[in-house]
Design a binder for this molecule. Structure first.
Ligand SMILES: C[S@@+](CC[C@H](N)C(=O)[O-])C[C@H]1O[C@@H](n2cnc3c(N)ncnc32)[C@H](O)[C@@H]1O
Length: 257
């Protein structure tokens, strides 16, 4: 991909240049010296569609408008509030279980599931966008919060499309399989901050893929959606967990026969 590159803050430190080197080696992307250029002019000059920017405190991916970076806030909030919440109830997981999270994104749900399955359990998380997978893997694995780093150690991140991965998977490979596809309608509260949406794979989830996942799960498949959006209803889950009010996040549970 030659329309993607890496740059740094205007004054690059040695540590930023080490991060650049790591990114270059990983993705085989070119490095562009930032000098005094703005991000917009650098992208225009080199006809880039995406640019990684390595700054002192973070690495972000931008399309020139939106910035995507991993931040601990959402994960910490989720871990604080949801450990007995609807996602874990829908998955019905316990210590020692194995879970396949088909839609890693920024990893908040994967961390929550890693917490629920405990040290003896494991989570495999798939992400089809290589840049999102990378940002999340570095974000959780190198977080300054020990609780996040410890949970990250239970998660194996794989850059793959869930259709490919599920197709090649053996039957009964995981206790549960989880999907959190991008919602069609953005929640009003998150308009403008939902940077993930810009870069994410937005293909809808089909009943055919759920049936494939059911064949590979030992117990159940769970799908997150917004109640009344039509997305979950058309997939015909066995039951729904969560507050049944329009726009609220709910979880559809599909049981193995
Ligand atoms: C709504 S986000 C998931 C958010 C995540 N649960 C969290 O807590 O941060 C959906 C993610 O799944 C990814 N995705 C969508 N379709 C996919 C597919 N077919 N295979 C793998 N990943 C996919 C998107 O790129 C996006 O990053």
């Amino acid at each position: 991909m030659n329309d993607v590159a890496i740059t740094t803050a205007k004054r690059a430190t040695d540590s930023q240049l080490r991060t650049v080197k790591r990114l270059m080696d990983y993705f085989h992307l070119p490095f562009l010296a930032r000098q005094k250029s703005s991000i917009t002019s650098l992208m225009k000059r080199h006809k880039l569609t995406l640019l990684f920017v390595v700054e002192a405190e973070r690495v972000y991916l931008t399309d020139g408008e939106v910035k995507l970076f991993w931040h601990p806030n959402t994960a910490l909030l989720k871990l604080k509030e949801d450990s007995c919440g609807p996602l874990i109830r829908a998955l019905d997981v316990e210590p020692g279980n194995s879970v396949l999270d088909c839609t890693l994104g920024l990893g908040g749900d994967a961390l929550l599931i890693a917490d629920a399955v405990g040290e003896s359990g494991c989570v495999t998380a798939l992400e089809s966008n290589p840049y999102i997978a990378y940002l999340t893997e570095c974000g959780i694995g190198e977080s300054s919060y020990r609780v996040i780093r410890n949970l990250a150690a239970r998660i194996s991140i794989i850059n793959d499309d869930y259709c490919n991965y599920l197709f090649a998977l053996a039957a009964d490979a995981f206790d549960c399989i989880y999907f959190d596809p991008m919602f069609k309608v953005t929640n009003k509260a998150s308009i403008g901050i939902d940077a993930l949406r810009t870069f994410a794979n937005r293909a809808p989830l089909s009943r055919r893929v759920i049936d494939l996942a059911l064949a590979k799960a030992r117990r159940r498949v769970v799908v997150k959606a917004r109640f009344s959006s039509g997305a979950l209803e058309s997939l015909k889950p066995d039951y729904i967990i969560g507050e049944r009010r329009p726009g609220r996040v709910v979880y559809g549970v599909f049981l193995k026969d």
